[in-house]
Design a protein around this ligand. Structure first.
Ligand code: 9D3
Length: 256
């Protein structure tokens, strides 16, 4: 999979792309990330990328022409399209986008070629979205200063969905996230921390009992911290018999 990023802050990406999981995926050649400075597609002496908003008001707006040249340039030369494949899928990182979730990450990870547009200032001229954007993605309802950190979040999440990137132990964990519940609690040495002991069942070798304990604790954590997840039919449908029974009990106790 290839991800190309357009930004006026390319230097924000370098340290991250050399780190751990994403770095390993890139080294293995499973993932290719190209970070491009939008200013390379400017044509004036000052390499300007912003201007005052029509209609007035504060702040600056990113101008359309550099974006149009950049996106179309990256969509052509050396891209999938030239090899007779589809053109890259173009994602605008934007607070107006649909909120990123596990399903969206997996959908995007299924694409061979992505271009991520990272805006700054008050936003990008609307005509960029109309002309060269396929989809807008947000990472949540809070205000950041630009799309760069959201793009990094997306790249890390994507890299975990590419086959061969995440190690086997992790993929078990991933499966457990895919049942839509939160993770069960984890413990490691020492056995007692400030008077708090590790649950007895985890200290023994009864793997069936450990599995059942983890299933029930995952349900309990979800019930306590993210009850909204348990309202989703797809999540309820994937509960084990024992989890379904425990959930019914939690709901009965709550009603009384
Ligand atoms: C202070 C300006 N805001 C008016 C309420 C609008 C605004 C413009 C530009 C808010 C944020 C940004 C920059 N943010 C992003 O480009 C961005 C973002 C985000 O801020 N939150 C969550 N996901 C994303 S993806 C891109």
């Amino acid at each position: 999979m290839r991800v190309q990023v357009l930004t006026i802050f390319p230097e924000l990406f370098a340290p991250f792309l050399h780190t751990s999981l994403v770095g390993r995926a890139i080294e293995k050649g499973i993932l290719e990330v190209g970070v491009h400075d939008l200013r390379a597609w400017t044509e004036d002496r000052h390499r300007s990328v912003d201007d005052e908003p029509y209609g007035g008001g504060g702040g600056m707006v990113m101008t359309a022409p550099p974006w149009l040249r950049a996106v179309r340039g990256l969509s052509g030369a050396g891209s999938a399209e030239e090899k007779g494949q589809k053109r890259p899928w173009r994602v605008l990182m934007s607070p107006q986008g649909a909120r990123l979730d596990d399903a969206k990450v997996r959908e995007l990870a299924g694409r061979e070629d992505l271009i991520l547009l990272c805006g700054r200032y008050e936003g990008i001229d609307e005509r960029v979205r109309e002309l060269v954007v396929d989809e807008e993605v947000s990472i949540g309802d809070y205000v950041l200063s630009g799309g760069e950190l959201p793009a990094l979040v997306l790249i890390e999440a994507l890299s975990r969905q590419i086959p061969g990137v995440v190690q086997l132990a992790d993929s078990v964990e991933q499966d457990s996230f895919r049942n839509g519940l939160l993770d069960h609690p984890h413990y490691t040495r020492p056995p007692v921390v400030e008077g708090l002991a590790v649950p007895e069942v985890l200290m023994g070798g009864n793997h069936a009992a450990i599995r059942r304990w983890r299933d029930l604790e995952a349900l309990r954590a979800t019930w306590t911290k993210r009850p909204d997840l348990l309202e989703r039919p797809a999540v309820r449908a994937r509960l084990t018999k024992e989890q379904a029974r425990a959930l019914a009990e939690l709901e009965r106790v709550e009603r009384d």
